[in-house]
Design a protein around this ligand. Structure first.
Ligand code: TRP
Ligand code: SF4
Length: 329
């Protein structure tokens, strides 16, 4: 028999349709990991409550995000796709972890400090402080070997390891320490040249059809030094070229870089070359996505089925945890 595959676990907050930055920075990697690992991926809907308490859109956003997952190639036959709030064991484990975790550890977490500063939060909630601890419960529940995340989430995985150690010291060896599997985050500029972000309104969604992608790319910001067609440009400072580096094969990449530097091609020509390489792979994702969007009940079924599978694992972990904590006679 082949050796059991190592387990991988990761999650995303369900804030709606995903864009190219989400895809290239996380989802594409999740898809690839399915070939070699036993993958658990989930919608972190409780974590979303730290962003907003208005939940009317969350069910729809969960479905749209899952449609993106499935469109991109996550395969429910190979990966366990689930919803955090359907696994109440996460909350129980979070509570027990809160007993072994000094508040000072949580106050030091960079994402916590940044959010308080950037969003000028004067009275942070207990839940926001506990965000990375809930994440530790999400992770350790499934005893994964690896947690694939971007560098911004690495401190949360580090905290997870510290919490596992503290718990094990207090109650006995229950949790192995997982390692972060850093996802290379390519530079994905939005249409205005800033980092692609839904909140900037500069994003290209996985749900965008080809016409929309073209309409977003054609007016895209370029090297500001190229005011006229005859001005030479510098691809190294051009956001369009950052997208070329992601989608365009070497030969055409050389062609546009030279054409830019020598004013041999115009920016619209350059963008058309980009679109030629960018539209077909995205169209493949969108078409598959669309098939699921037309059957939202099927998406819900996949998430519920995955959640049943996840819950069985969580149930076993919690039996061990309860035995280790040993409270009830
Ligand atoms: N905090 C993660 C993010 O914002 C989402 C998340 C929640 C997560 N729980 C997790 C990621 C567990 C990995 C593992 O991206
Ligand atoms: Fe950017 Fe291409 Fe225009 Fe050069 S030719 S500035 S790389 S869009």
């Amino acid at each position: 028999m082949a050796a059991a595959k190592e387990r991988v676990l990761s999650g995303m907050r369900p804030s709606g349709r995903l864009h190219l930055g989400n895809y290239l920075g996380a989802l594409a990697n999740w898809v690839k990991l399915q070939d070699s690992y036993d993958c658990f991926y989930f919608s972190a809907d409780w974590h979303l409550l730290t962003d907003r308490l208005e939940t009317s859109q969350v069910p729809q956003h969960t479905i749209e995000m899952a449609a993106d997952w499935l469109g991109a190639g996550l395969d429910p036959a190979r990966s366990t796709l689930f919803i955090q709030s359907l696994i109440p064991e996460h909350a129980e484990l979070h509570l027990l972890f809160s007993m072994v975790t000094p508040v000072s550890w949580l106050e030091r977490v960079p994402t916590y400090r940044e959010r308080i500063e950037q969003q000028e939060i004067t009275s942070p909630s207990y839940g926001l402080l506990g965000y990375p601890l809930l994440q530790a419960a999400d992770i350790l529940m499934y005893k994964p070997r690896w947690v694939p995340v971007g560098i911004d989430q690495a401190p949360h995985v580090e905290l997870t390891r510290e919490v596992a150690r503290r718990f094990n010291n207090a109650f006995g060896e229950v949790f192995p320490e997982p390692d972060v599997k850093l996802t290379e985050i390519p530079k994905v500029p939005g249409t205005d040249g800033r980092k692609m972000s839904k909140s900037y309104g500069n994003d290209i969604e996985l749900a965008d059809p080809p016409e929309t992608i073209r309409a977003k790319v054609r007016p895209m910001m370029t090297d500001p030094a190229r005011k006229r067609r005859t001005d030479p440009g510098n691809p190294d400072v051009c956001p369009v070229f950052d997208l070329h580096k992601i989608f365009t094969p070497e030969a055409d990449l050389q062609f546009v870089a030279n054409g830019c530097r020598t004013a041999g091609i115009g920016c619209l020509d350059c963008k058309d070359v980009l679109l030629k390489h960018m539209v077909p792979p995205l169209e493949k994702i969108r078409e598959r996505r669309q098939q699921f969007v037309e059957k939202p009940d099927r998406i819900v079924e996949i998430l519920h089925e995955g959640s049943r599978r996840a819950r069985a694992v969580a149930g076993r972990t919690m039996e061990e945890v309860r035995a280790a904590v040993h409270l009830t006679p």
